[in-house]
Write a protein that binds this ligand. Structure first.
Ligand SMILES: Nc1nc2c(c(=O)[nH]1)N(C=O)[C@@H](CNc1ccc(C(=O)N[C@@H](CCC(=O)O)C(=O)O)cc1)CN2
Ligand SMILES: Nc1ncnc2c1ncn2[C@@H]1O[C@H](COP(=O)(O)OP(=O)(O)OP(=O)(O)O)[C@@H](O)[C@H]1O
Length: 189
């Protein structure tokens, strides 16, 4: 299946998830990730502020922040590349493009993600054999992940049925090292 149709199918499946399922998944994701030593030890974490039926990250971001980590969140630039700014509590976010909440703190530039010790990303699907990630289609995270060093753990958050075989890929597509689903954390590459 091509990317466009696969995206359409995955987005349709997400809209059928109930608020209870979304909440249960969010708790599982938060608890599983916070158990990992490499998560606990990360001083600077790049995450995302979830919207709609995406795997929910609000509790995770809050918990990482409370734990003492510096959390940076993306701001979508006009060229679809990602700028980054520091999360400083729930009152420090304002809607950006597509209505996604973005931090109002000073913009740290597209290269800020290079300094993260852990990178948690949104995805519509990940290929379980290759780690290839399918995103929204702006190429934003392809660009951001290209700046992340090979030894930095990268984790895509997924719902059930989104860790699949045969994600279509192009040369610019980036991989992630872990997929987090309601079934648990899977090391990919
Ligand atoms: N929560 C969250 N934050 C994020 C991302 C994301 O996927 N999730 N991004 C990941 O890159 C960036 C924002 N990029 C986005 C790109 C497209 C759409 C979106 O809703 N697109 C519509 C169609 C848009 C259109 O009208 O052309 C869609 O997918 O239906 C949302 C975010 C940065 N922040
Ligand atoms: N490094 C890059 N520099 C500039 N444009 C890029 C880069 N990587 C990808 N793109 C462009 O982004 C567009 C969308 O790519 P693709 O469909 O793979 O997005 P995606 O990975 O699903 O989305 P996202 O990364 O935003 O979650 C493509 O047209 C591609 O040319």
């Amino acid at each position: 299946m091509d990317k466009l149709n696969l995206r359409r199918e995955l987005i349709a499946a997400r809209t059928s998830l109930s608020p209870e399922e979304l909440r249960a998944n969010a708790i599982k994701v938060r608890e599983t990730l916070l158990e990992q030593p490499w998560v606990q030890m990360a001083g600077l974490v790049a995450c995302y502020w979830s919207t709609g039926s995406e795997p929910e990250t609000h509790g995770l971001v809050f918990a990482l922040w409370k734990h003492g980590a510096t959390v940076i969140l993306p701001l979508l630039r006009d060229d679809n590349d990602l700028d980054w700014a520091v999360y400083d509590g729930p009152d420090t976010l304002a809607p950006g493009r597509y209505g996604i909440m973005e931090p109002v703190d000073t913009r740290r530039g597209v290269d800020a993600v290079r300094t993260a010790a852990l990178v948690i990303v949104p995805a519509l699907a990940v290929d379980r054999r290759t780690g290839i990630r399918l995103g929204r289609g702006g190429g934003s995270y392809d660009r951001a992940l290209a700046r992340v060093g090979p030894n930095v753990p990268t984790v895509a958050l997924l719902h059930d049925g989104e860790l699949i075989d045969g994600v279509p890929s192009e040369p610019h597509d980036r991989t992630v090292r872990y997929a987090m689903t309601p079934a648990g954390l899977t090391r990919l590459v």
